[in-house]
Design a protein around this ligand. Structure first.
Ligand code: CTP
Length: 443
């Protein structure tokens, strides 16, 4: 049976914008038996709308939980079931055809049984044999009852999976499960799976940050004026959160300290997060964690000023005018403070949100002066006044400056792609090639 490729559906008309990392990619969605399978139609629909070519493969338990007919319709292609595996009409085995067709495999949800089959190298079902036969990177999102997940046998199998190449494993998240348990077992949310798939498409599965700790700050801070009002800015936190996720996917242990975010909370799944409100709280959290970090990425948009003392009661309209001009103080520069305290081998990346920084490099001298003033190893200067870049956009662009005078232009790209580029530059050299996986060349 041949797995024909058709022109991807839903491709946007040429816009001059960078391509979606998932558009045109051949993605095999492999679904095993967990109730989380009911979330897959939504995900398959999102992939098809983004122009990916999608094929769905279901185990018998998955097919009992979610309709292959719905998935066929949403993926614009027939689904594959165990009964299809062997046919006298096919010249080549279906599992080999599917394994070779796929550029990326999304294995979600991954049940305890399918995990066990996979890590033990069994090939007794269409899913199991396709997983053994494929050389494509696999995003594997486990989901099951909490006690099943905690069972020593499942934990052993999960550990075996960590050692496997070409796999990006996503452990189940905590939550209220369909079995009424409150605990670990929930499959990563579709929004999280999409980011992880994008990361596989952009970077691959290589864990070059394995064994390294990254401290990231993200989002704005809020400096209270009175109990009702505050000074803040338009940062959504997306750039910092994607940096943190990309580093996690590359094997780093990540600590994220963030101000109030304006994004889908599912994007935070799997991260060790410390939410804060004010610059003072952010400062305390960052300084507490800094000594253990191999690298720091200061993506937060820290407010520049705060009241010397916030008002205890709400100001009237008349009082507000005076309060807006009197009694403010500058917020200390957290980045400069981190630089002053950094252990010798620690690498620090700062950000500079700039206006009048165009792709020709106009505005770069100000960015270079800021790098010198702050003393960090790297500074990413990004425009916030160009279309499709900066705050509240999924795209970004800018210049990466290093302390040795090197300037690298990063053209307009999805923020996740920018995040991967920044991580490659920030990775401490001392980590060395020992942490690079041997098959990095198939990226
Ligand atoms: N930053 C910081 N503490 C502050 C202000 C900024 O740590 N109080 C950090 C930001 O997280 C960012 C970098 O410094 O990594 C540059 O921030 P930016 O707002 O561009 O610079 P400012 O120092 O505020 O300078 P200016 O606004 O005058 O250009």
């Amino acid at each position: 049976m041949r797995i024909e490729s058709s022109a991807p559906t839903g491709l946007p008309a040429a816009t001059g914008l960078p391509a979606d990392p998932l558009a045109g990619r051949r993605i095999l969605v492999a679904i095993s038996g967990s109730i989380a399978a009911v979330k897959l139609p939504q995900l398959v629909s999102a992939l098809a709308k983004r122009g990916a070519e999608v094929r769905c493969l279901l185990t018998p338990s998955a097919a009992a939980l979610v309709s292959p007919v719905a998935l066929a319709s949403l993926s614009r292609h027939r689904c594959y079931l165990d009964a299809d595996q062997w046919s006298h009409l096919a010249g080549r085995p279906l599992h080999v055809e599917l394994a070779e067709w796929a550029e990326l495999v999304l294995l979600a949800p991954l049940s305890a049984t399918s995990l066990a089959r996979w890590v033990q190298g069994m090939a007794d079902t269409l899913l199991a044999s396709t997983l053994l036969a494929t050389e494509a990177p696999v995003l594997a999102a486990a989901a099951m009852n909490t006690s099943m997940w905690q069972a020593p046998a499942v934990q052993r199998n999960w550990q075996l999976l960590q050692a496997q190449q070409r796999v990006l494993p996503l452990a189940p998240a905590p939550g209220l499960l369909a079995c009424d348990r409150l605990g670990d077992g929930r499959m990563a949310e579709p929004a999280q799976l999409l980011v992880a798939l994008e990361s596989l498409a952009l970077w691959g599965w290589q864990r070059d940050w394995q064994g390294l700790q990254l401290l990231v700050s993200a989002g704005p801070t809020r400096e209270a004026l009175d109990p009702a009002r505050f000074l803040s800015n338009g940062s959504t936190g997306l750039m910092g959160v994607l940096l943190a996720q990309a580093a996690r996917f590359r094997g780093a242990q990540v600590r994220l300290v963030h101000g109030p975010l304006a994004l889908d909370p599912a994007l935070l799944e799997g991260l060790h997060c410390t939410p804060v409100q004010t610059a003072a709280q952010m400062q305390a959290e960052l300084l507490a964690v800094q000594p253990d970090a191999d690298a720091v990425a200061m993506a937060a948009a820290v407010a520049d000023h705060r009241r010397a003392a916030p008002m205890a009661s709400k100001l009237s309209k008349a009082e507000l005018a005076t309060a807006l001009t009197a009694d403010w103080q500058e917020v200390p520069d957290l980045l400069a403070e981190l630089v002053a305290r950094k252990p010798a081998a620690q690498r620090i990346l700062g950000f500079a949100a700039q206006t009048h920084l165009d792709p020709s490099g106009l505005g770069l001298p100000q960015a270079r002066a800021k790098l010198a003033r702050k003393g960090c190893d790297l500074l990413f200067a990004n425009p916030i006044d160009l279309p499709h870049a900066g705050f509240a956009s999924g795209l970004n662009q800018g210049w990466l400056l290093d302390a040795d005078g090197k300037e690298t232009q990063l053209p307009l790209a999805p923020k996740l792609a920018i995040a991967h580029q920044l991580l490659s530059a920030l990775r401490p050299a001392a980590a060395g090639p020992r942490d690079l996986d041997p098959v990095a060349s198939d990226r």
